[in-house]
Design a protein around this ligand. Structure first.
Ligand code: S3P
Length: 172
């Protein structure tokens, strides 16, 4: 089993864009749980939430990381923002690679996700309150599951990717 590099964090933290930068810097394939689930299901994440329910989506997430983490080839893996909330998922991730938590401030999330319609958990109502509440609840959980924490606000994906490479060498 390869030592995978795994990116976690809240919606809008930049897991996919930082994943792209790291994939290019490390010459490794980039995999993304949401994209794999959508391809397998033939439905968007929003549609899966709507038609099958969140519980089924969470089950698909666990199934997906089990499959990916078994791969021999080391990859950069970006995981959906809610995936590390299950303790079993956090254990799987930590065993399979180096887990990097991309920590983002609520204001950055709100700016980046203004007008977004693809995140079912942020639709309708007071989005700012939802983001703040979810981040307060999830922050400590992401931290607990990570080997390394990187603050992303005000940095480019390339800068964050390079910061991760510098810090991760010291940690492995
Ligand atoms: C979710 C995050 C989303 C997606 C789904 C649920 C969450 O992924 O998996 O909408 O619970 O935080 P991103 O973090 O890539 O936006």
């Amino acid at each position: 089993m390869g030592i995978h590099l795994i990116l976690t964090g809240f919606m809008g933290a930049g897991k996919t864009t930082v994943g792209k930068a790291l994939s290019s810097l490390m010459s490794r394939p980039l995999l993304d749980t949401d994209q794999l689930i959508e391809a397998q299901a033939g439905m968007s994440v929003s549609r899966i939430f709507e038609v099958c329910g969140e519980e089924e989506f969470r089950r698909l997430e666990t199934e997906t990381i089990r499959t990916i983490l078994d791969r021999k080839e080391a990859v950069v893996l970006s995981v959906g923002g809610g995936l590390p909330l299950r303790e079993g998922n956090r254990l799987l991730l930590r065993q399979a690679g180096q887990v990097v938590y991309l920590r983002v401030k609520p204001q950055t999330v709100l700016t980046r996700l203004k007008g977004d319609t693809t995140r079912p958990l942020l639709q309708g109502g007071d989005v700012e309150e939802k983001v703040r509440n979810l981040l307060t609840l999830r922050g400590p959980v992401y931290e607990e599951g990570a080997h390394l924490i990187v603050d992303v606000d005000g940095k480019t994906p390339q800068q964050i990717g390079e910061e991760i490479l510098c810090k991760k060498r010291l940690k492995i």
